[in-house]
Design a protein. Structure first.
Length: 557
C-alpha cells in the first residue's frame, strides 16, 4: 500500500503538469494566432499603402489626359469640318497642340502625347504626336502613324486607337518597349465623342520605370519584395522573372495564386505557396489600371517572431514545471491534504451540512474512512430528500402540494413588500367532479384529476403547478411564461380541446380557469391577486355552464 504522502506528490505533480500543458498550449496557440494576424496585417497594409501610392500616380496621369480630352471636345466647333475640311483640321490641331504639350510637361513620367482623329476623317496622318527622343530630353513633333498602312485588327501598331474606341471608354494599354529611345512605356488613351460620333483619341505614353521604381523599392522583412502582374496573372514586373511570364504556367501551388490574381482576390489574409522549394506567403491588391500589386516574403522570415515567442514560452514553462516539482516535493512532506479534507467534512456534518463531496478517495485507511463518511452522508441526504418529497409533493398527481404553495405565497408576499415583482396567478377548477365521483366512483374521478393535471403541466411546463384542493390547481407565472401568458392560455384551451376530441364521452374534461396579474397600484398582498384570479375562474365557470345549457336545449330541440 502506497503512503498517502507519495500518492499526494504524484497527484500534485500530475495537476501541475496538466495545467502547465494546458496553459502553455493556450499561450502558444494564442501567440501563433496573434503573430499570424499581425504578419497578415503588416503585409496587407504595406500592399494597400503602396497600391494607393501607385494609384495616386495613375490618377494624376488620368486627370491630365482626361482634362486634355475635355478641352479637345470643348474646342471642337464642327464635326463636319473634321470630315471634309483639311484646313479646319490643321487649325484645330494647332489650337490643341500647346495645351497638349503643356499637359505632358506637367505630367510625371510622360514621354509622348498625341491627338489622333477618326481615320475616316481627313488624311490618315492627321492629328498631332509629340514625343521625347531621350528620357530627359524635350518634346519634339513627329509625323503621326499612318492609319492607311495598318489594318484595324493590327493591335501591335494601331491597337492604341482601336481598342479604346471599341470599348467605348478610356483604357490603360499593356507595357511595351519603345525601340526609338529604348524605354518601356505604358499608355493611357481616352476616346473622343461628339454627338455619339467617334472623333478620335487623346493619349499619353508614360515611362514605365516610374511605376517600376516604386514597386522595386518595396521591401518587407529581410528578403521580401514586390511584383506586378496583369489581369491574366502574367508578370509585368518581377525581380527574377521577365515580363510576360505566366504565373499559372509555373505549375504547383502557383496555379492557385494565379487564380486569385485573376479573380481579383486579396483581403486581410495571406496566400501560401511554394516557389523553388521555398515556402512563401503573398499579399496583393488591385490597381486602378487593372494590374495587381503583389508583396511576397519567405514564410521562415514571416514566422521568425512567432517561432521566437514559442521558444520563449517553452523555456518559461519548462522552468516553471521544474520549480513546481521541487516545491511539491518539499510541501507534501508536511501537508496531508486528504486528512484535512476529511476533518473539514466531519465538521460540516456535525453542523448539519450534508452537501459535502469528498474528492480524494485514496486506497488507504484514510480513504476507507472517507468512503464510509461519504456513504453515510449520501444515505442521510436520500432520506431527507424523500421526506421533503413527501412534504411538498401531492400524492395523487405528483405536482407540488398546498405546503409548497404556502411557501411560494410567503416568498411572493415578501417580494411585494420590498420590490416590484412580476407574476401572475392562474386558477384551474375541474367542472362537475362531484357528479363524476357520485356517478362513476372516486377512482374514475381521480383519473380525471390526473388527466387534467397532465394537461396543465404539459402547457405550463416552465412554471410551478400546485394542487391546492381536490379539484383545484394553481399555476404561478414568472419570467418568460409571465410575458407570454395569453399565448399559454390559448395553448391550454387547444390542449384541452385536443384531449376531449379523442377521449370517450364519459372521460372528457371541463376545466374552468381564471388569471390575474399582480398590479402594484391595487394589490397589497398575494391574496389580492389570488382573489381576482379566483373570481375570474368562477366567471369562466359560469360562462361554461351557460354554454352547456344552451347546447343541451339545442340537442333537445
Amino acid at each position: 500500500m502506497k503512503s498517502i504522502q507519495t500518492k499526494f506528490i504524484f497527484l500534485i505533480l500530475g495537476c501541475v503538469l496538466l495545467s502547465s500543458t494546458v496553459i502553455g498550449g493556450v499561450g502558444i496557440f494564442t501567440a501563433k494566432t496573434v503573430v499570424d494576424e499581425d504578419s497578415a496585417r503588416i503585409m496587407n497594409l504595406l500592399c494597400s499603402e503602396k497600391a494607393q501610392e501607385i494609384n495616386a500616380l495613375l490618377s494624376r496621369i488620368e486627370q491630365s489626359v482626361n482634362t486634355l480630352a475635355v478641352y479637345a471636345v470643348g474646342e471642337l466647333d464642327s464635326v463636319e469640318g473634321l470630315r471634309t475640311d483639311d484646313a479646319y483640321i490643321d487649325a484645330y490641331t494647332q489650337k490643341i497642340q500647346s495645351v497638349a504639350i503643356n499637359a505632358a510637361n506637367n505630367t510625371e513620367g510622360a514621354l509622348a502625347v498625341y491627338l489622333r482623329f477618326n481615320p475616316d476623317f481627313g488624311k490618315p496622318t492627321s492629328g498631332l504626336f509629340w514625343s521625347k527622343t531621350a528620357q530627359n530630353g524635350n518634346f519634339q513633333e513627329f509625323v503621326p502613324t499612318d492609319f492607311s498602312r495598318y489594318s484595324p485588327e493590327d493591335v501591335e501598331h494601331v491597337g492604341w486607337y482601336y481598342l479604346p474606341v471599341k470599348n467605348g471608354k478610356a483604357i490603360w494599354m499593356e507595357p511595351y518597349q519603345n525601340q526609338n529611345i529604348n524605354v518601356e512605356m505604358i499608355s493611357y488613351v481616352v476616346p473622343l465623342y461628339v454627338d455619339n460620333v467617334t472623333v478620335g483619341v487623346v493619349g499619353m505614353d508614360i515611362n514605365y520605370d516610374v511605376i517600376r521604381e516604386i514597386v522595386g523599392s518595396i521591401r518587407v522583412y529581410s528578403s521580401g519584395y514586390a511584383f506586378l502582374t496583369d489581369k491574366q496573372a502574367n508578370i509585368m514586373y518581377h525581380p527574377e522573372f521577365p515580363i510576360g511570364t505566366s504565373i499559372s504556367g509555373m505549375g504547383g501551388s502557383l496555379r492557385s495564386v494565379a487564380d486569385e490574381l485573376q479573380n481579383m482576390g486579396g483581403g486581410t489574409y495571406l496566400f501560401s505557396y511554394t516557389m523553388r522549394d521555398e515556402a512563401r506567403k503573398l499579399a496583393f491588391c488591385s490597381l486602378q489600371n487593372g494590374m495587381r500589386l503583389g508583396i511576397t516574403a519567405p514564410t521562415a522570415e514571416i514566422d521568425a517572431a512567432k517561432n521566437r515567442m514559442i521558444l520563449q514560452c517553452v523555456i518559461v514553462l519548462t522552468v516553471f514545471l521544474a520549480l513546481s516539482v521541487l516545491l511539491t516535493v518539499l510541501m507534501t512532506r508536511r501537508i496531508i491534504r486528504p486528512l484535512k479534507e476529511l476533518n473539514e467534512a466531519a465538521k460540516k456534518i456535525a453542523e448539519g451540512d450534508l452537501s459535502i463531496a469528498l474528492t480524494h478517495q485514496t486506497k488507504d485507511e484514510v480513504g476507507m474512512l472517507a468512503d464510509s463518511f461519504q456513504q453515510t452522508v449520501n444515505h442521510l441526504q436520500k432520506y431527507i430528500n424523500y421526506i421533503n418529497g413527501l412534504a411538498y409533493r401531492d400524492g395523487l398527481t405528483g405536482v407540488k402540494n398546498k405546503t409548497a404553495y404556502q411557501e411560494t405565497v410567503i416568498r411572493l408576499e415578501e417580494q411585494t413588500r420590498i420590490g416590484r415583482p412580476q407574476f401572475a396567478v392562474v386558477v384551474f377548477d375541474i367542472n362537475g367532479l362531484k357528479e363524476i365521483n357520485d356517478t362513476n366512483g372516486h377512482d374514475f374521478g381521480d383519473m380525471l384529476i390526473i388527466d387534467a393535471c397532465k394537461i396543465i403541466c404539459k402547457v405550463f411546463k416552465h412554471s410551478p403547478v400546485y394542487r391546492i384542493g381536490g379539484d383545484e390547481f394553481v399555476v404561478i407565472l414568472e419570467d418568460a411564461d409571465y410575458q407570454h401568458y395569453n399565448e399559454l392560455l390559448v395553448r391550454f384551451q387547444g390542449a384541452l380541446d385536443e384531449f376531449n376530441q379523442y377521449a370517450r364521452s364519459d372521460g372528457q374534461i371541463s376545466i374552468a380557469r381564471g388569471i390575474a396579474l399582480y398590479e402594484e397600484e391595487t394589490d397589497l398582498t398575494f391574496g389580492d391577486v389570488f382573489k381576482r384570479a379566483d373570481e375570474s375562474m368562477y366567471q369562466n365557470k359560469a360562462i361554461m355552464k351557460r354554454q352547456n345549457a344552451k347546447v343541451k336545449v339545442t340537442d333537445r330541440v
